[in-house]
Each structure stands twice: as C-alpha cells, then as structure tokens.
Design a protein around this ligand. Structure first.
Ligand SMILES: C[S@@+](CC[C@H](N)C(=O)[O-])C[C@H]1O[C@@H](n2cnc3c(N)ncnc32)[C@H](O)[C@@H]1O
Length: 343
C-alpha cells in the first residue's frame, strides 16, 4: 500500500502545516530519547545480542544521542571528510535538473535527516508541498526543525521519530502525492547490500508509480582517501566512535570506560567497505543489565560499516528494488554519486 514504509507503528509529532513548530524545550527533552526509550527492553536486548556475539559489534544507530548528532555535524566540517562537501556540490550544480525530474510540489521524506541542511538547500528548487524528516535522534531533529519551519513557513513540516533498521508506518498526515524519498549522506552505505535492498524495497512499497528516490552514494576510491575520511588527525571521528560507549552505558546500564578503548578505521577490500571498530587497550570486563563480557587486550567491537559502491552496482540494487528510469550525477572528482530513480 503506498504510504507504508513498513509495519511497525511510531508515534510522531504532528506539525501544523503553515505555522512555526512549537515544541517547548522541556517537552522536546522528555520526548528525546524517544526511539530507544519507547522500547528500552528491545534496545537492551539488541545490545546484549551484539555484544555477546563471537565478534562483538554495536549497531551504528547507537552513535546518535544528542552529542553523537553534534559530533557528526562537526565531522562534516573536517577537510578529510569529503562526502558532505562533494554531495553538496552535486546537489547545488544539478538542483534544477533534479527538480525537473521530480516535478511539482513533492512530499519530501528525508531519511536520517540529521540537521536537515541538505534538504533545506534544495527547498528553493524543489518547492516541496510537505517536508517530513525522519530520524532516530528525535530531540536533535525537533530542535533543528523549529528553526527550519521559521525559515520556510510556507512548507508544511512534520518530524517523524523512527528507526529505519526496523519496519515502521508513516502517520496518515504524510501526503501521498508525488513522494520523494531523499536519503543523502551515503547513509545507505551503513547497511549491507542485502539490507540496503530491503530498505529500498520498503521505499518502493511506500511509493506510488512515478514517485522517486534521491539517494547519495559514496563511490570506491583510494584506500588512503577513504581511511583519512574516517580517522581525522583532530580526533573528532574518534570521539564520535567512542561516544557510542557512553550512549550504550545509558541505554543498557553498562559500565564501559571510554579510556579503555581506541578508535580504529580501516578499509576492508573484500567487502568494499570502511569499518570502524573500538579496540580494547587492555583486558577489560564490561557488565550491563543484560549480561557481561570479558574483552582481551586488542579485541575489537565493530561499530560501523560504510559500503562504497560502483555506479553499476548501486543501479542494480535500485532495479532489483523495483525502480527504473535511473539517473546519476557525480562531482568533478567522481568521488560521490547522487541517484534519482522512479518507482
Ligand atoms: C551520517 S548521518 C547523515 C545526516 C544527514 N542526512 C546528512 O546527510 O548529513 C546519519 C543520520 O541518520 C540517523 N540515523 C542513523 N541510524 C538511523 C536509524 N536506524 N534510523 C533512523 N535514523 C538513523 C542519524 O541520527 C543521523 O542523523
């Protein structure tokens, strides 16, 4: 059925169509840890399962508490982190072509919206009828949206707090005509290709014939450029990676000591992906409300994969998900691609 990204319900804030968003700070805070607080046992069970796996891992979605979202924004300002810069170049250069392909007054659904800035820069060209940012870091999203709604009072805005890695419904107030799923930042690379296909299929199922997706995809390039982007000399990416431990401490009552762990970023050529890990600096025993584990000196927790694609491989995923009429734009260095495709 068009309109359903999948089947789990969420309880999003409904935003007035043409008035500034009016979430009081105290209300925003109480709703903040929303996506995890709504299902604390599920978050704890997920953390237990991944920390007790033979090779321990944590889902990258746990990076994004309020501090994690701010640290990610800081990463995007680093000279080594090219994706944000080059994607912005592509969107700015081709915004009018993109707008022509998308057509009049889309309902722009921004997945993993973060600070919403990439969508906002497209507003003048796309003139969306409705803007629906979706993010797991709900408090940060709501703070951002308040300012954005004041800047663009003519656009109806509605924040949706949801976990993209699990099925969820859109509220009925999200328009069904000319939906555009905007998924920038190469966030789709955080999913394995099989998971990415499933997410694209959910977008297709939530679209009507002719609706579109606009997706930023990071391309394969030199190992040095890739590893530098995920291991900056100022240590911002390291702080972002380590902050996951503090978030897990709060979510699962764990006793991780940040100082016991070291940030590692490496390119895994067998899987075409950058991996981030946290490596134990000494033997450590960690306890949380669902379990305990002893990590030996040098043992790692895998915290993120970021898959890098060739154009043809990502186009194939789009086709397999049921999209066609695929168009792709690159930056001048062919570092990054933005795809548009229709359902
Ligand atoms: C890499 S940042 C990209 C932010 C922004 N779209 C950009 O391109 O700069 C990933 C964003 O997705 C959100 N996110 C990560 N995992 C998520 C999940 N499972 N469900 C929903 N949002 C998620 C994060 O909170 C963050 O805002």
């Amino acid at each position: 059925m068009p309109g359903v990204l999948s089947s789990q319900s969420s309880s999003p804030e409904v935003r007035p169509a043409t008035r500034p968003v009016s979430v009081r700070p105290d209300r925003a805070r109480s709703a903040s840890r929303a996506e995890f607080a709504k299902h604390p046992d599920a978050a704890c069970a997920e953390i237990t399962a991944s920390l007790t796996a033979p090779r321990a891992w944590l889902s990258p979605k746990f990076f994004y508490d309020g501090l994690g979202s701010r640290l990610f924004d800081t990463i995007t300002a680093l000279p080594e982190y090219y994706p944000t810069r080059v994607e912005a170049e592509i969107l700015a250069t081709h915004q009018h072509d993109i707008a022509r392909r998308i057509g009049e007054r889309p309902v722009m659904i921004d997945l993993g919206a973060g600070n919403c800035q990439k969508a906002a820069r497209l507003f003048p060209a796309l003139r969306p009828a409705q803007y629906v940012p979706v993010d797991i870091s709900v408090e940060y999203l709501r703070d951002t949206l308040e300012g954005l709604q004041r800047q663009f009072p003519e656009i109806a805005m509605q924040a949706v707090g949801a976990d993209l890695s699990t099925p969820f419904d859109f509220p009925s107030t999200v328009g069904r005509d000319n939906r555009l799923f905007f998924y920038p930042g190469s966030s789709i690379g955080n999913f394995t290709p099989i998971e990415a296909l499933a997410l694209l299929q959910r977008m297709r199922a939530a679209s009507a014939r002719g609706d579109g997706v606009l997706i930023g995809v990071d391309l394969l390039k030199s190992v040095e450029t890739l590893e530098d982007a995920y291991d900056d000399p100022l240590g911002v990416t390291s702080a972002f990676n380590l902050n996951i431990l503090r978030h897990v401490n709060r979510l699962a009552g764990a006793d991780f000591e940040v100082g016991d762990w070291q940030h590692i970023a490496l390119f895994n050529a067998a899987h075409n992906r950058i991996e981030m890990h946290l490596q134990a600096r000494r033997d450590v025993t960690v306890t949380w409300s669902g379990g305990t584990r002893r990590f030996l000196h040098g043992e790692r927790i895998h915290t993120e994969s970021s898959y890098k694609y060739r154009d043809e491989d990502f186009a194939l995923l789009l086709e397999q998900a049921g999209f066609d009429d695929i168009c792709v734009w690159h930056d001048r260095q062919d570092a990054f691609a933005v795809f548009h495709a229709r359902g």
